[in-house]
Design a protein around this ligand. Structure first.
Ligand code: CP
Length: 304
């Protein structure tokens, strides 16, 4: 594993190894055991978009691992004045040991990985949010003991979170049912992978997806262009809102996941979010541990 660009690139075994290391690093942190596996290493954090969890968890993670994180707002970089990714990547490779990027397009993250000499980590693009779904899998495994054979359901918009949930859960040996309206489905490359796997269902019926699920996940709906497009999109997505009624179709001990930020009354109700806040905020915490495992795997594999 040279980069973390999307979960489609990883094997089930590689995902399992990251989760095992994440559990170990969480244990060490909780028990006050120093774990400076990245002493002397520097990570660049490029953000083209806003972030609360991703920025803070990467910065804190590098600190706890004995390394340094440098926050780089994309609007302060020459990239916004047209410096191509291949030049940015080659220059930054001369200073840094790794680069995380939150970008509008997956192609940009892929270009940095192609032209640079250092590991690139996708901190969310239009296509994928692999760090989030590694944290999600960690959270489910903590709650359920193992992942194999569990049924996950994802309700709502077919953007990066649905894409990465489908890819990550299937690779981890889970079944996945995704429910979304017409025109809001997962990316073609994710569908091409998922359709070849056992235990994948894509449906327009949110009740069919939620029925019997061990894990119920949703995420913010992505914005559309104009005001009228936005209203039409919200109306189409409304039946996929995670409500108590839909959740009652899942297993009684189903784990509810939301990557946050949440929009109460849109993709999830206040009642569901607050009833499952302990899982959702454990999921947020696990960003820290899962990403530390990714960083060690990529930047210092001998220190695992
Ligand atoms: N879930 C997530 O990526 O959160 P941020 O947008 O706050 O980083």
């Amino acid at each position: 594993m040279n980069h973390l660009l999307k979960l489609l690139d990883l094997s089930g075994e590689e995902i399992n190894q990251i989760l095992n290391l994440a559990d170990q690093l969480k244990y060490e942190q909780k028990h006050g055991i120093a774990h400076p596996r990245l002493k002397g290493k520097t990570l660049g954090l490029v953000f083209e978009k806003e972030s609360t969890r991703t920025r803070v968890s990467f910065e804190v993670g590098m600190y706890q691992l004995g390394g340094l994180a440098i926050y780089l707002n994309a609007k302060d970089l020459q990239m916004v004045r047209g410096e191509p990714a291949k030049d940015t990547a080659r220059a930054l490779s001369r200073y840094l040991d790794g680069l995380m990027i939150r970008a509008s397009s997956q192609q940009e993250a892929e270009a940095l990985a192609e032209y640079g000499d250092i590991p690139v980590i996708n901190g969310m693009t239009d296509l994928a949010h692999p760090c989030q779904v590694l944290a999600d899998l960690m959270t489910v495994r903590e709650a359920k003991g193992s992942l194999e054979g569990l049924k996950a359901c994802f309700l709502g918009d077919g953007h990066n979170m649905m894409n990465s949930t489908i890819a990550g859960c299937l690779k981890a040996g889970m079944q996945v049912a995704a429910a979304c309206p017409e025109g809001c489905g997962p990316a073609p490359e994710v569908l091409a992978f998922a359709r070849g796997q056992e235990g994948f269902l894509l449906t327009r019926d949110p009740a069919e997806a939620a029925r019997g699920a061990d894990v119920v996940a949703t995420a913010a709906w992505s914005p559309a262009g104009s005001e009228s497009e936005c209203a039409a999109r919200r109306a189409a997505l409304a039946p996929y809102r995670l409500t108590e009624e839909l959740l009652s179709l899942a297993q009684p001990d189903a784990v509810v996941l939301h990557c946050l930020p949440a929009h109460r009354g849109e993709e999830i109700t206040e009642a569901v979010l607050e009833a499952h806040a302990s899982e959702i905020f454990e999921e947020a915490e696990n960003r820290l541990h899962a990403q530390k495992a990714v960083l060690v795997t990529l930047l210092a594999p001998d220190a695992k």
